[in-house]
Write a protein that binds this ligand. Structure first.
Ligand SMILES: N[C@@H](CCC(=O)N[C@@H](CS)C(=O)NCC(=O)O)C(=O)O
Length: 276
């Protein structure tokens, strides 16, 4: 593992590392913010999953989260959104292939060789982070859009792994919307049972652990009606008695201006659970 960026930030450090991922079979970069409290002992970790077209850079340069992470004494780990490198399959569109891993374990050629972002985020990355940095095993997870989908699916399908979960403008029903249908058909084939394993609105009907879910969604989000449809998760959760707090935010679009506006509240939400 090699440190490739190191910057002082709100009394802590915003770093980026490169490492060899055995799960993905390629070199990967991830970002980690270590708050000032990490100098005195292990701190809890929030995992942030970004959306389509992003790398580990978008969140650390645009969300303004470090101020709140420093206030609450929480580390933030941001993985990339897909496997990377010359030997890794890709497609022309921005919504499939590199930058669009959808946090699934692909089963179909040519994707299955490297696209195993579910296992990478659930297991390999936390094991590495917990072995190498002054962090505890108290974990929270959040994300945006495709990353909101990833955060919801990971929290719903790995009971006990995370103490809290939230999302910004998540893709909540990938099996039913164009972004998800394109990616799932490519990565998982046409077996709808395989799709359901990665569909938060399907998973929430049978989740054994009822972690409260905080969601912020901009009402002026250009992807709201066709790709996001957060009411699908809310309706399924209400029917299952699973607490979902869906906050519709007038005027906000899909961008990091929206994320920056509410990230402080999300970090406070996670801090309450991580320190309980
Ligand atoms: N740029 C794409 C949309 C992709 C997009 O909005 N990506 C979101 C996540 S789904 C994002 O975070 N973009 C990068 C950024 O805003 O920094 C398009 O051509 O329609």
């Amino acid at each position: 593992m090699e440190r490739i960026e190191h910057r002082a930030c709100f009394g802590g450090w915003q770093d980026v590392y490169r490492h060899r991922s055995a799960v993905l079979g390629c070199d990967m970069s991830f970002a980690i913010y270590l708050p000032p409290q990490a100098q005195d002992g292990p701190v809890p970790v929030l995992y942030w999953l970004s959306g389509l077209t992003c790398s580990e850079q978008n969140f650390i340069t645009k969300a303004g989260a470090q101020r709140y992470a420093a206030e609450h004494g929480i580390a933030i780990v941001c993985p990339d959104t897909s496997p990377r490198g010359d030997g890794v399959a890709d497609a022309d569109g921005y919504d499939l292939g590199k930058g669009a891993g959808f946090y699934v374990n692909a089963t179909q050629a040519p994707w299955a060789a490297h696209y195993r972002m579910f296992d990478y985020v659930a297991d390999e990355l936390p094991a590495l982070v917990e072995a190498q940095f002054p962090v505890s095993d108290a974990r929270a997870i959040s994300g945006h859009s495709m990353g909101g989908h990833g955060a919801l699916v990971l929290a719903l399908s790995k009971p006990g792994r995370y103490r809290s979960v939230s999302a910004f403008a998540p893709i909540v029903a990938p099996s039913l919307v164009p972004w998800g249908q394109k990616a799932f058909a490519a990565y998982l084939g046409d077996d709808r049972a395989a799709w359901a394993q990665y569909d938060a609105s399907a998973l929430i009907t049978a989740a054994v652990e009822k972690l409260p879910v905080l969601i912020d969604q901009g009402e002026a989000d250009e992807f709201l009606e066709v790709e996001l449809q957060p009411w699908r998760l809310k309706d399924a959760a209400d029917a299952a008695g699973h607490p979902v707090y869906l906050r519709m935010q007038p005027g906000y679009d899909h961008s990091y201006y929206f994320i920056a506006s509410f990230i402080g509240e999300h970090i406070a939400h996670h801090a309450a659970a991580l320190k309980a």
